[in-house]
Write a protein that binds this ligand. Structure first.
Ligand SMILES: [Zn+2]
Length: 87
């Protein structure tokens, strides 16, 4: 798996990871909501820092983590979809 490219099958054992292209997307959408909930909690429940600059830093940090963990979240979603398919 490269940055945003999902392998259809395992390069070692050949197991099909992605049978249908759209299978993991429901989990992708659900996992993305975690980041939205964090930012919503910061703003709505005033959990964040009181100053504007610190609030912008918190938002930038959460968005950076969101972008940097995209391959990991895609991998988790692929794993959940695979687990639901084979169980
Ligand atoms: Zn394998």
């Amino acid at each position: 798996m490269k940055w945003l490219e999902v392998n259809a099958s395992c390069s070692v054992c050949g197991v099909a990871l992605l049978e249908n292209e759209g299978d993991p997307w429901a989990f992708v959408v659900l996992l993305d909501r975690i980041f939205v909930l964090v930012l919503l909690g910061v703003v709505y429940f005033k959990l964040g820092p009181p100053t504007h600059a610190a609030l912008i830093t918190v938002f930038a940090s959460v968005i950076a983590v969101f972008i940097l963990t995209t391959p990991n979240r895609f991998g988790c979603c692929l794993a959940i979809a695979y687990w639901l398919r084979v169980r």
